[in-house]
Design a protein around this ligand. Structure first.
Ligand SMILES: [Zn+2]
Length: 264
């Protein structure tokens, strides 16, 4: 019975792992295998880091998390410091959020991933909102550009949750936002980097994060040497269906054994 319970927990864990969500309802993703993270040059005056440190931390974050997934083809690279319009520093990210983000036209021409410090209060409803991200420039199912705005509002001393974070937590926040920028939504699984809250002190991605990034950016399997080709649909639904079938099989087997025991 203990064995059965253990197997059951394992299977239920398997079912829970397919909980990642996407940032768009049409599974948008960057079309290439590489995407760069750039940083706007204007000053992040209310954050305790220089612009260069923030770009370095973003690079650390992608190398610590997203670039480690062997089943995903996506490689996220350090980009450059780029000069952009003041709209990125003071404008709203979305003009509406009722049915997803309707990107502010002033920000929608962006390509690749841009991180920008921003002090528009409509983007941040409280000092606890650390950052906001939207895929502001899409074409069909391709993401052309995404914008990450860091909360740079001048709060009273000690009030800014973003500036109070440890360096490691700041890196996790940047990596979480970059997850949104490449197309992932929130995960309900607590040990995921893409969990909507409490993302501090993460040391690695959760299984859900890896499933999500692999779903959007599957690494092609070699077709030579008789290997089996990768089929995306099987990946998406295969594991839970296999788990369910195995679960039904085990329950049937268990019932049969019990019936047999009662009969004998
Ligand atoms: Zn988020």
């Amino acid at each position: 019975m203990v064995k059965f319970t253990l197997i059951l927990s394992f299977l239920m864990t398997g079912l829970n792992t397919m909980a990642f969500t996407l940032n768009t309802n049409f599974a948008a993703a960057f079309p290439g295998e590489e995407v760069s993270v750039n940083l706007a040059t204007h000053d992040c005056s209310n954050l305790p880091y220089t612009n260069d440190e923030i770009l370095s931390m973003a690079t650390e974050g992608v190398n610590k998390f997203w670039n480690k997934v062997s089943t995903s083809k996506l490689k996220i690279r350090r980009g450059q410091h780029v000069s952009v319009s003041s709209d990125f520093e003071s404008g709203a990210l979305c003009t509406s959020n009722t049915n997803g983000c309707v990107a502010n036209p002033a920000l929608s021409g962006q390509s690749q991933i841009l991180i920008s410090c921003n002090s528009n209060s409509t983007n941040f409803s409280s000092s606890g909102v650390l950052a906001v991200t939207a895929n502001v420039n899409t074409s069909g199912v391709d993401i052309i550009g995404s914008v990450i705005l860091l909360n740079n509002i001048d709060y009273s001393p000690g009030e800014s949750a973003l500036s109070n974070l440890s360096r490691e937590s700041f890196i996790s926040v940047l990596a979480h936002e970059i997850g949104h920028a490449v197309g992932l939504g929130h995960s309900p699984v607590k040990d995921s980097l893409m969990y909507y809250a409490n993302i501090s002190n993460r040391v690695s991605l959760g299984e859900d994060d890896m499933d999500g990034i692999t779903y959007l950016y599957p690494r092609e399997q070699p077709t030579s040497c008789g290997s089996v080709a990768y089929i995306q649909d099987d990946y998406k639904g295969g594991k839970p269906i296999a788990s369910l079938l195995l679960l039904i099989g085990l329950i049937t087997l268990s019932l049969k054994t019990r019936k047999k025991a009662l009969l004998s």
